[in-house]
Design a protein around this ligand. Structure first.
Ligand code: PHE
Length: 449
């Protein structure tokens, strides 16, 4: 179906620009902060394996579905479903996606704020004092329980997001992704070089790569699937939004394969950078959300040029966070500019402000609000668990069903546009119709019923 296309809608400047922006969204705190600590809590290799299977079996087809929905409609997630199937209720999926985006961005800004704080500490020389586990942990805890300071850095990070997104798709998101993503890669490789040459680092690599299936259970499988959705930025409409700026010459099959492999590759590389250090420092891999922030500064503190190394690392983490946060913000901004006809700058500021306010309880949930728990989880952990393990997978199932069953004939034409690969299309269609919804559905049902 050819729609009344909005002639003024922006497009990506180049295919590479699009790939780097999409990979920039996928590669984020999820890879460098979340992946190592969730893997550490879930026993290592078995988690890694299930995660990779989920990326291939579920992630690839759903990412294709999102991009094709975006390109076919040239709309934000809410408007996309409305445009492709007018009169149906499918817009609800887009609306829930936008809501999920707000929730993720709300606490994402908080963790990104921690990162900025550590970057600031590195530049000003404070890191070299974190010489042992006790000091590193108490410094981390002292910081995250200081609500005012956490909110301040959350605010500064929110501002960075506004700065990039207000400059538009090509002039903002694409321009910065093209500079930041290669920088991130170089920094990560440098860090690995340092980490794997630490004495005692082999234990870390063993933890990561030695098969041990005794730890495998339903929880581990759910966490690994949630991590796959989270890490690939799937299930809430980022890839619909980024797809909506795509031209018709781009091959969606090869684009999804490139973005997903870059994302999973960087997650594994982050594991290779972090676990050798965890073991070399005698820390516990199951230490939870503070893992990265406690372990790495200690490693740096024991090396010459501690502040330079840690500045590089926290710069890497900040870069990863920015290119993901802007993709979340862009979902809301595209909604507001398409549907509410707001200007880009107005939309950016208002949406970012809403996400900031929503994030304050998460910012306080290690300090002043530590006692407020729901289902035994603090606010921060609750939002993280709910979005990654429930809302994104549910959104993913619905998006797959829409593309595979509900959309109708339009999907084939759109998917072959730019690729022409009929055979691949058949495999993809089978995956979004059957494989992905059943796999995700089973994992959810087994865990919650
Ligand atoms: N993929 C991002 C990361 O790994 C997080 C994210 C999730 C971004 C969902 C957008 C949507 O950090």
């Amino acid at each position: 179906m050819q729609l009344d296309q909005n002639a003024t809608r922006e497009n990506w400047g180049s295919k590479l620009g699009f790939i780097l922006a999409a990979a920039g969204s996928a590669i984020g705190l999820g890879n460098i902060w979340r992946f190592p600590y969730v893997l550490g809590e879930n026993g290592g290799f078995a988690f890694l394996l299930i995660y990779i299977i989920c990326v291939i079996v579920v992630g690839l087809p759903i990412m294709g579905a999102e991009m094709v929905i975006g390109r076919g409609s040239r709309r934000n997630p809410f408007g996309a479903f409305k445009a492709l199937l007018p009169g149906s209720m499918w817009w609800v999926v887009g609306a829930i996606g936008i809501l999920t985006g707000f929730l993720i961005l709300s606490y994402y800004n908080v963790v990104a704020g921690w990162t900025l704080y550590y970057l600031f500490q590195s530049v000003t020389g404070g890191i070299s004092e974190l010489t042992n586990g006790e000091i590193a942990s108490s410094t981390f805890n002292g910081f995250v329980t200081n609500g005012g300071l956490v909110v301040l850095f959350q605010f500064i990070f929110t501002f960075l997001g506004i700065f990039v997104v207000s400059q538009g798709v090509k002039g903002g998101i694409e321009r910065y992704s093209k500079i930041l993503m290669p920088t991130l890669f170089i920094l990560l490789v440098l860090l690995i070089g340092r980490s794997v040459t630490l004495p005692g680092s082999m234990d870390g690599l063993k933890f990561l790569f030695t098969p041990d299936f005794s730890k495998l259970n339903g929880d581990v499988i759910l966490e690994a699937m949630g991590q796959a959705f989270y890490s690939l930025s799937l299930g809430m409409g980022v890839m619909i939004t980024y797809g909506s700026y795509l031209d018709r010459k781009t091959n969606i099959f090869s684009s999804t394969a490139t973005v997903a492999s870059l994302d999973a590759g960087i997650a594994v590389l982050a594991g290779i950078a972090i676990f050798p250090a965890v073991f070399a420092m005698g820390m516990d891999p199951a230490d939870g959300a503070g893992l990265t922030y406690q372990v790495l500064p200690m490693v740096f503190a024991q090396l010459p040029m501690a502040n330079v190394l840690s500045t590089l690392f926290f710069l890497l983490l900040t870069i990863a966070a920015i290119t993901s946060a802007i993709s979340l913000l862009e979902v809301m901004v595209s909604f507001a500019t398409d549907e509410l006809k707001w200007t880009r700058s107005r939309a950016t500021i208002i949406m970012a402000a809403v996400a900031f306010v929503l994030g304050v309880p998460s910012a306080l949930s290690f300090g002043a609000w530590a006692d407020v728990t729901v289902f035994g989880l603090g606010f921060f952990d609750l939002v993280d668990y709910l979005t990654a393990n429930i809302m994104l997978p549910l959104g993913g199932i619905l998006i797959a069903i829409f593309a595979g069953w509900a959309w109708g004939n339009g999907v084939k034409k759109e998917m072959l546009e730019g690729s022409g690969q009929e055979k691949l299309y058949k495999v993809w269609l089978w995956a979004v119709r059957i494989l992905a919804p059943i796999a995700v559905g089973l994992i959810l049902v087994f865990n919650f019923v």
